[in-house]
Design a protein around this ligand. Structure first.
Ligand SMILES: [Zn+2]
Length: 425
């Protein structure tokens, strides 16, 4: 099958079996199996992930997902090899001296119920999500398929290439949880080039975006208050309300000062509290995220959140716990990396419009890998391959694979020709 058709078919297969962060066992197996068939060396489980640096992983969810994967035919031997940690890294050596080039592709889905509208392409073409409440609504199915197509192309063109390659198939990008444990394992410490991309975002079909900077540094926090129960009518004074502490903390967080040091965001996305109408609420959980233009701005917000939580807990005499469940930094690239991407974009016919970004909103945990790679001397930058979308993380998200994947595939191939080609033109 030709490389484009294969990538589209692979993407559709991933699309029908979406798996959320840290549960990508079916996806990891397909990736590992394919890489092996293509002649790549494959690392999984604790060879990929530093368990100490893992954030936001729910062991119960992982167990459920492993069972589901087994029921879908993922071999027990593979599941054992993962040690319960998803993520796959393929390495390939051409046997010729040359640079070591790494790419990051993310694999996880989003907690979105996919549209069943008959005009939605995955419904029309029969590859809609088979898992209720989960959907590839951010296009990471396309990213993973793109990575596998690049693996095939590198293998088929190894005689024209030098140096070696590292393809990182990362779990748990949503919630910015999966990059740090791969960075901590040292996978990008010795690479000469590091690249990562995302479909859509600010680029429409026919456009490609080259990002030299931007993305917000971000922290995801789970905050728990624990109070003391009492009969709300008979002895209200004996209770300590976790709900009141949480509400008070939320209102104070909304009032955290802006900073002259850069743009900032805080989103308190979820608050659950209480047991019943006539019981002093013992439990409260706040799920929130902070974002900052720089690591320092983000830290400013996190420190304020910490102080507020401590203060509210003291005021209401409750206990509290603050857990960081995700983290990403701002984007660090190099001029050489940016130039390489720009030159590559000009070589791909499908990209009539090349856009450049030095400020990108939103967050991406590839930034954690960029920081590590660039600080260790690598060159690199981030790209956005255009797809028409009305917004990511929505039930009708689609990436028009037939039209948008071929140019993205050619882009990656041309990039590799630039970095590792024997004949660089
Ligand atoms: Zn995404």
């Amino acid at each position: 099958m030709n490389i484009f058709e294969e990538a589209i078919q692979t993407r559709r297969k991933f699309h029908s079996r979406p798996e959320e962060g840290w549960t990508e066992f079916e996806t990891s197996y397909l990736v590992a199996d394919r890489l092996k068939t293509l002649g790549w060396k494959v690392a999984v489980g604790l060879d990929v992930i530093d368990a100490e640096a893992v954030l936001g992983r729910d062991p119960e969810l992982v167990q459920k997902a492993m069972k589901r994967a087994a029921s879908q035919g993922v071999p027990a031997e593979f599941l054992e090899r993962t040690n319960g940690y998803t993520g796959v890294i393929g390495t390939f050596d051409t046997g010729r001296k040359g640079p070591k080039t790494a790419f990051r592709f993310d694999m996880d889905c989003v907690q979105v119920q996919e549209s069943n509208d008959e005009n939605h392409l995955p419904v029309k073409e029969g590859f809609v999500s088979q898992i209720p409440g989960l959907m590839h609504a951010c296009g990471h199915d396309g990213h993973t398929a793109l990575g596998l197509s690049l693996a095939r192309w590198i293998g088929e063109n190894k005689d024209e290439l030098c140096g070696s390659f590292v393809l990182i198939f990362q779990p748990a990008e949503e919630g910015t949880r999966g990059a740090a444990p791969i960075a901590a394992k040292g996978w990008v410490d010795d690479v000469d080039y590091f690249f990562a991309g995302h479909c859509g975002m600010y680029c429409q079909k026919g456009e490609i975006g080259i990002c030299s900077g931007g993305f917000f540094a971000t922290s995801k926090l789970d905050i728990r208050f624990t109070g003391v129960p009492s009969h709300a009518g008979a002895f209200p004074e004996r209770g300590r309300s976790a709900l009141s502490a949480a509400c008070s903390a939320v209102m104070m967080m909304q009032g955290i000062s802006r900073t002259s040091q850069g743009d900032s965001r805080i989103s308190i996305g979820k608050l659950t509290a209480g047991e019943g109408r006539n019981v002093t609420p013992v439990h409260a959980l706040i799920q929130l995220e902070t974002r900052g233009e720089t690591e320092e701005v983000n830290e400013f917000l996190v420190n304020n959140v910490r102080n507020i939580v401590k203060g509210a807990a003291e005021a209401y005499e409750t206990k509290y716990e603050i857990k960081i469940v995700g983290h990403a930094t701002s984007l660090m690239t190099t001029p050489k990396g940016v130039e390489l991407l720009k030159k590559t974009a000009s070589l791909v016919e499908g990209y009539g419009k090349v856009r450049t970004f030095d400020r990108v909103g939103g967050s991406e945990d590839a930034t954690v890998l960029f920081k590590r790679a660039v600080e260790h001397g690598a060159d690199g930058a981030f790209f956005m391959w255009g797809v028409n979308n009305q917004g990511h993380h929505k039930p009708d998200f689609d990436l028009q694979d037939v039209e948008t994947m071929p140019p993205a595939i050619l882009f990656c191939q041309n990039l590799v020709k630039q970095t590792n080609g024997i004949n660089k033109n």
